[in-house]
Design a binder for this molecule. Structure first.
Ligand SMILES: [Zn+2]
Length: 185
């Protein structure tokens, strides 16, 4: 049966529409859901800092984890949804709090550098999409190093995107590499 998903609006009165299906040609009547505006609480996190905002939306709007939202011309990822029911998505009216992170937030890379006697640990900033591979040279805090191993969210990988990296294991190198900014907080 045709679900009339592709249609032309012939007549519109308030929330009532007379539509004609572009597939089967049937003319039918539809009452559009009323869009009731509501405000929901959203928490924007930027590393350890967070701020609470009120988001204007409509009751039936569905929010989904991972979706990109625009708030005051800035883009945010939906990171977590605290709603009546646990899940990947929820309607605005069921949401207690929406947790957002800015789209352009850099990732903090955890780096372990193997030394002759023990090891050093660093935290460095990187773009979320930046790719790191085994054999890459990186430099930070005056140390030149080569990547030996990459632990990603799904195990050890020869190469991974920064946002998926749990830890990078390096050893000292004689070659300078891409320089990274250290997170000193
Ligand atoms: Zn149809």
């Amino acid at each position: 049966m045709c679900k009339h998903t592709d249609f032309e609006v012939l007549k519109k009165r308030g929330r009532q529409e007379l539509r004609k299906c572009n597939n089967c040609g049937e003319v039918f009547h539809t009452v559009i859901d009323k869009e009731i505006p509501i405000k929901i609480t959203a928490v924007i996190s930027y590393f350890e800092n967070s701020k609470k905002i009120q988001l204007d939306t409509v009751e039936n709007k569905i929010f989904q984890i991972g979706e990109l939202l625009e708030v005051n011309k800035k883009k945010y990822f939906v990171n977590h949804i605290d709603a009546k029911r646990k899940g990947e998505l929820a309607a605005a009216k069921d949401i207690h709090t929406l947790y957002l992170i800015p789209e352009d937030i850099p990732t903090v890379l955890k780096i372990t550098l193997k030394m002759e006697n023990g090891h050093l640990s660093f935290r460095a900033f990187s773009d979320r999409e930046e790719i790191f591979s085994k054999g890459d040279n990186i430099s930070l805090e005056g140390y030149d190093m080569i990547i030996e191993k990459i632990l990603a969210s799904n195990g050890y990988k020869p190469s991974a995107q920064a946002s998926e990296i749990r830890r990078i294991y390096c050893s000292l190198s004689t070659k300078r590499g891409r320089s990274l900014n250290v997170d000193k907080r």
